[in-house]
Design a binder for this molecule. Structure first.
Ligand code: SF4
Length: 352
């Protein structure tokens, strides 16, 4: 769908939009299932990047404390607990600008992934920028999906991040696609963007070829000390509309209701599920922000007659359409104005 189509879809009367999204959802996801994903920060804080929503950036005041890469035994304990609690996807995040093959840290991460992938869950990681070699190594170690969010529109991105460009993000996504991993990519609402920015973000995501396997939609949880600490909350109906349009635009993607669920009532979350969300982060903590209690989530799913989706370790990336480009260049041109990424980071923690 192009921007004009996304916009006219978004601007329908709400109940019309919900009906359309529900019909698409039932065709593509008939089982009333929700994927439960557990997210673990395996390396927290001290990041060289300046993402203005993130408490892990070393450039913001009051950023979270720096922790070293978690030991494999500790990661395994958390992964086993997640599996025993019903999670079908285990996502590991590290606050780095990116990773490089041939470094000790990358080897350690590969070793962790190798062991976690034996537990039978889908394995997703988010480690920042990847080159083709790193993407291939992660795929071979057992990564089923790589998370790399585009965050917002190409036009708004330079207002949010200045230490890397939108095109840097898209290059990593291309490398992930080429290595045969599924792409998990979405964004954050509440970054001071317009509705048009949100739809431009969806336009870029919908243009990926193959399409993203999952699309996390996060609502900003303003973190003290970050430039966005005073950002206005996101209107629930705007969030529901965006989820509905995401469901229509990328019908086979898991649309993940991600950060910000603690700010949503049970009824608001229900509306998000009805509009097409079919995946949540599960567990009491996201990378640094709070998440609803496990018991609350299980009770809500039971009340809605939704059941946890089973893991699919044979998960293959969505198929590519051979008749069109991977990502139309004109869609991203506006986001490439920034090229002042630092030669070296200020913390010594980046790039593995
Ligand atoms: S690259 Fe990731 S960890 Fe680093 S500041 Fe940006 S969002 Fe935070």
């Amino acid at each position: 769908m192009n921007f004009a189509e996304l916009k006219s879809t978004y601007e329908q009367p709400l109940f019309n939009l919900l009906s359309q999204a529900r019909a698409v959802h039932e065709t593509n996801w008939p089982k009333n299932e929700v994927q439960l994903c557990t997210l673990l920060s395996i390396k927290t804080g001290g990041c060289s990047e300046d993402c203005s929503y993130c408490a892990q950036s070393a450039r913001h005041k009051n950023s979270v404390g720096v922790e070293r890469l978690m030991e494999k035994d500790e990661v395994m304990k958390r992964a086993e607990a997640a599996r025993d609690n019903g999670s079908t996807r285990f996502c590991m995040g590290a606050a780095w600008r990116g990773v490089r093959s041939g470094t000790k840290r990358f080897d350690q991460v590969i070793d962790i992934i190798d062991s976690v992938s034996d537990l039978g869950m889908e394995v997703c990681v988010t480690l920042g920028e990847l080159g083709p070699e790193e993407a291939k190594a992660l795929r071979e170690a057992g990564v089923t999906a790589y998370n790399h969010n585009i965050d917002t529109s190409p036009e708004h991105y330079p207002n949010i991040v200045t230490t890397h460009t939108y095109e840097d993000r898209l290059n990593t996504i291309r490398n992930v696609q080429d290595a045969g991993m599924s792409v998990c990519s979405g964004g954050i609402v509440g970054l001071g963007e317009t509705i048009d920015d949100r739809l431009r973000m969806l336009e870029v995501l919908a243009s990926f070829n193959p399409p993203p396997e999952s699309v996390p939609i996060n609502s900003l949880m303003p973190m003290p000390g970050t430039p966005l600490e005073g950002a206005d909350p996101v209107d629930t109906f705007d969030l529901v509309r965006l989820i509905a349009v995401a469901r229509i635009a990328i019908p086979k993607a898991k649309v993940r209701l991600s950060a910000g669920r603690t700010q949503l009532s049970r009824e608001a979350q229900t509306l998000c599920f009805y509009a097409g969300a079919n995946s949540i982060f599960y567990g009491e903590k996201l990378l640094t922000a709070k998440n609803p209690q496990v018991e609350q989530d299980m009770a809500l799913l039971a009340d809605l007659d939704l059941t946890p989706q089973q893991p699919d370790r044979s998960l293959m990336p969505p198929e590519k359409d051979g008749k069109r480009e991977n990502m139309p260049a004109e869609l991203i041109a506006a986001g490439n104005a920034t090229d002042d990424a630092p030669e070296s980071c200020s913390t010594g923690e980046c790039c593995g």
